[in-house]
Design a protein around this ligand. Structure first.
Ligand SMILES: Nc1ncnc2c1ncn2[C@@H]1O[C@H](COP(=O)(O)OP(=O)(O)OP(=O)(O)O)[C@@H](O)[C@H]1O
Length: 271
């Protein structure tokens, strides 16, 4: 993978009133790469994603996208490729407008962005549904007629409608049962291989992040405490907090269990 940066978050600070939520956060994402972002609840993961999406005020620092600072530029004011940063959120039950058909949900961003006429946008719906393995007849149905996993596929198709360079995925599989999680994760990977889209993949679940990420950033109390290649961070973590996080993560795979035992022994030895 090249060292070219698609997104370069540099020394970002965000305050919510008296709360200093992001503290000098720096992080970059390369084209076509998945950067996993893990950390306990409240550590600031979602806030980084929102800042990149332009829906959260940045107090200081820069967010360069293809070399141009997009911090504090609202989504509708973004132009060119910066307009192609999309999001998939956790809850497939509330992220889709229940009164719209799937076709309306998928065509809306293209029409709003004026990248297609209504007729052209409708023509693309079948292809978008196909890309997320949903049948063409889903177009005329409503979100309530679909399962959680299928709704998340619709949310992914909506994100794909604008041919994104980056998708901020905020806990996109956390609300799904385990077998559905695995299928949706495979879909994310397949879409990336086909389109070259990059992901910022926010999750509290290290097992999920380990499955999908090229690099992993670990957050704690508003700071990034570790950032590096996935294998390095998750199998040979430098930071004691990452080790603790690893020990707390659910692990099904016996090889990984051995990793975890080793990490635990190292941690004990250091203590
Ligand atoms: N709009 C807001 N106003 C005030 N405080 C906020 C706001 N959004 C987030 N926070 C606070 O900022 C901190 C970081 O929140 P954030 O949602 O980024 O954490 P997170 O790591 O994504 O947590 P989780 O895994 O629970 O989603 C938390 O203390 C949270 O309460």
């Amino acid at each position: 993978m090249s060292d070219e940066k698609l997104v370069d978050v540099r020394n970002v600070n965000i305050h919510f009133g008296p709360l200093h939520v992001l503290k000098d956060v720096s992080l970059d994402i390369r084209p076509g790469e998945t950067v996993g972002l893990v950390g306990e609840s409240g550590s600031g993961k979602t806030t980084i994603g929102r800042a990149i999406l332009g829906i959260c005020h940045v107090n200081s620092g820069q967010i360069d996208f293809e070399g141009k600072d997009i911090a504090n530029v609202a989504p509708r004011e973004r132009t060119g490729d910066a307009a192609r940063i999309q999001a998939v959120f956790q809850d497939p039950y509330t992220s889709l407008n229940p009164s719209m058909t799937i076709e309306e949900i998928l065509t809306e961003p293209m029409i709003a962005r004026k990248i297609a006429t209504a007729a052209e946008a409708r023509d693309r719906v079948r292809d978008l549904l196909d890309q997320v393995n949903l049948p063409a007849d889903a177009a005329h149905r409503y979100p309530r007629e679909f399962s959680g996993g299928q709704r998340q596929r619709v949310a992914i198709a909506r994100a794909l409608a604008l041919s994104p360079r980056l998708i901020v995925c905020d806990e996109p599989v956390s609300a799904l049962d385990l077998s559905t999680q695995a299928r949706v994760m495979d879909l994310f990977i397949e879409i990336q291989e086909r389109t070259g889209v990059a992901y910022l993949f926010v999750s509290h679940d290290l097992a999920v992040v380990r499955h999908i990420s090229h690099r992993v950033a670990v957050m704690r109390s508003g700071r990034i405490v570790e950032f590096g290649e996935c294998d390095q961070v998750t199998a040979r973590p430098e930071h004691p907090y990452t080790k603790r996080l690893l020990l707390a993560a659910p692990v099904a795979d016996p090889v990984r269990q051995a990793d975890r035992r080793r990490a635990f022994q190292e941690l004990e030895a250091e203590a």
